[in-house]
Design a protein around this ligand. Structure first.
Ligand SMILES: *[C@@H]1O[C@H](CO)[C@@H](O)[C@H](O)[C@H]1NC(C)=O
Ligand SMILES: *[C@@H]1O[C@H](CO)[C@@H](O)[C@H](O)[C@H]1NC(C)=O
Ligand SMILES: *[C@@H]1O[C@H](CO)[C@@H](O)[C@H](O)[C@H]1NC(C)=O
Ligand SMILES: *[C@@H]1O[C@H](CO)[C@@H](O)[C@H](O)[C@H]1NC(C)=O
Length: 442
């Protein structure tokens, strides 16, 4: 496997544009910051204080910013305190029993599920509430096998409307108060006997995916989506190789939002994350083209698609924020489409957004994402083909907005959104992906 010389350029470029633009340090008094039951720490420049709780607890307030000599005021009736993590309510379970039946479930609480007679059990019969606020295993379902699609179940924390499971029947989901629905709000029973979209999950602010969960979900999703438009081409010493079929190409756009809480150490970590991601993708033997954008208040186009393809590397500063990052990607795609319409049609486009969810200036990014979807859709030869995959990796607990859910794909019951606690967990996620390469030894 060959190393791409541009990678080194990119790694140099990635560090430069934003560090120099870091705001000068401002200090706030370190009074009245304590958190009951937890600890706090300052960012290097003293502009941010982060709260931390022991396992099984979460800080009701996670972060505070120093703005013009003052810590941002606390929301009404909220004090820095450590609260017990709860898992979403599993009692929506239908046609069977949940044991024990209690009002709330805390970390390490174990539940058991069984079906009423006449129903078949699917999923996990025993689930444990994990420290990340999620139940272990998969949604338990008691269904009948008499319909075209299997009973899609009721994920913990949600309610479902719709109880007909034949072709074109629709079910819709809602998450209980304060939880955010990630996945498909609506699913339709398809001709192939599968439900459209992705099973919904209800996330609290403190819910995270463990690196293992994210790693498994992302590998599976990437694998199934790369296989959609591409073909297997024999095997060699690396095992099964995936190659772009029918002259198809793969364009990957990576955007990394490092707004606010970023310092030099985080930059090192972000660099490592992207490096590992590209390394892992290289294992699929797909030789993609890359565009890489780093943005905080500004968007830095580290590697542009056009320059990548022509072998030139620049980094340019344009625009601001997450909406702008998607807009930049849209513009690049439009250029690619104009440059070679036929090639564009055969190209699989993957957008991978990393966001800490704090960059919400510049309006709703959704309109740009919708335009990206339209552009690819219009240039897709057939209805069945899916040439666009939108992934979002969220970090920290500001990412839970409903908006994020609109920025990703939901298809084939695969996951396109992952919420990681921090950059270390993100790194661990990609480290955990199967496949190794000796390419990058920096
Ligand atoms: C800290 O809290 C005390 C008591 O609530 C208050 O008198 C004091 O002004 C506070 N200090 C700061 C810097 O906010
Ligand atoms: C947070 O607290 C836990 C347990 O109290 C500790 O193990 C961990 O190192 C702390 N993390 C940070 C970033 O302070
Ligand atoms: C949950 O159980 C594990 C393993 O027994 C233990 O290490 C951990 O401290 C427990 N967590 C809580 C919050 O009780
Ligand atoms: C980036 O900057 C270079 C040189 O400054 C310029 O030639 C190129 O067109 C720019 N690329 C984009 C995508 O703006």
């Amino acid at each position: 496997m060959e190393c791409e010389p541009w990678m080194n350029l990119f790694l140099l470029a990635i560090l430069c544009p934003l560090i120099t633009g870091a705001p000068s340090s401002i200090s706030c008094p370190d009074e009245n910051l304590s958190i009951s039951g937890g600890s706090f720490s300052f960012s290097k420049d003293g502009s941010i204080v982060r709260y931390n709780c022991s396992e099984g607890y979460y800080p009701a307030i996670r972060i505070r910013h120093c703005i013009r000599g003052k810590w941002n005021p606390l929301p009404k009736r909220k004090q820095p305190e450590c609260k017990k993590i709860t898992c979403p309510d599993p009692r929506g379970f239908k046609n069977g029993e949940v044991y024990p039946y209690q009002r709330q479930y805390f970390v390490n609480d174990t539940t058991h599920y069984s079906c009423n007679s006449g129903y078949d059990f699917r999923g996990s019969g025993t689930r444990v509430c994990q420290a990340n606020g999620k139940w272990s295993g998969g949604t338990p379902v008691c269904g009948r096998n008499s319909d075209h699609c299997p009973d899609p179940g009721i994920p913990a924390g949600s309610t479902r409307t719709g109880h007909m499971f034949n072709i074109d029947d629709k079910v819709t989901y809602r998450c209980e108060n304060k939880l955010t629905l990630i996945g498909s709000k609506e699913r339709v029973c398809q001709e192939n006997g599968q439900w459209s979209g992705t099973e919904p999950q209800c996330y609290a602010d403190f819910t995270y995916d463990s690196p293992e969960e994210a790693s498994e979900g992302f590998s599976s999703s990437l694998k199934s989506n790369l296989a959609v438009s591409q073909q297997y081409e024999g095997t060699d010493q690396y095992g099964k190789r995936i190659r772009v079929g029918n002259g198809g190409k793969l364009d990957i756009y990576i955007a990394l939002d490092v707004s606010d809480s970023i310092d030099e150490e985080d930059f090192e970590k972000a660099k490592g994350v992207i490096k590992t991601l590209i390394e892992k993708i290289s294992y699929y033997e797909v030789s993609p083209n890359y565009e890489i954008l780093i943005f905080a208040t500004d968007v830095a186009r580290i590697v542009s698609m056009r320059d990548f393809k022509s072998g030139k590397i620049f980094h340019n500063l344009t625009g601001t924020n997450i909406a702008q990052a998607y807009k930049s990607i849209l513009e690049s795609m439009q250029i690619e489409q104009m440059r070679n319409k036929e090639e564009f049609k055969k190209t699989q486009h993957i957008v991978i957004m990393f966001s800490d969810g704090q960059a919400n200036m510049g309006g709703n990014p959704r309109k740009w994402v919708d335009q990206i979807k339209d552009l690819v859709k219009q240039n897709t030869p057939s209805e069945e083909e899916e040439n666009l995959d939108l992934y979002v990796f969220g970090m920290g607990d500001d990412v839970n907005s409903e908006d994020i859910n609109d920025l990703k794909t939901d298809r084939g019951n695969e996951k396109f959104f992952f919420k990681l606690k921090n950059l270390d967990d993100l790194q661990e996620t990609f480290d955990g992906m199967i496949g190794t390469s000796l390419c990058f030894s920096i």
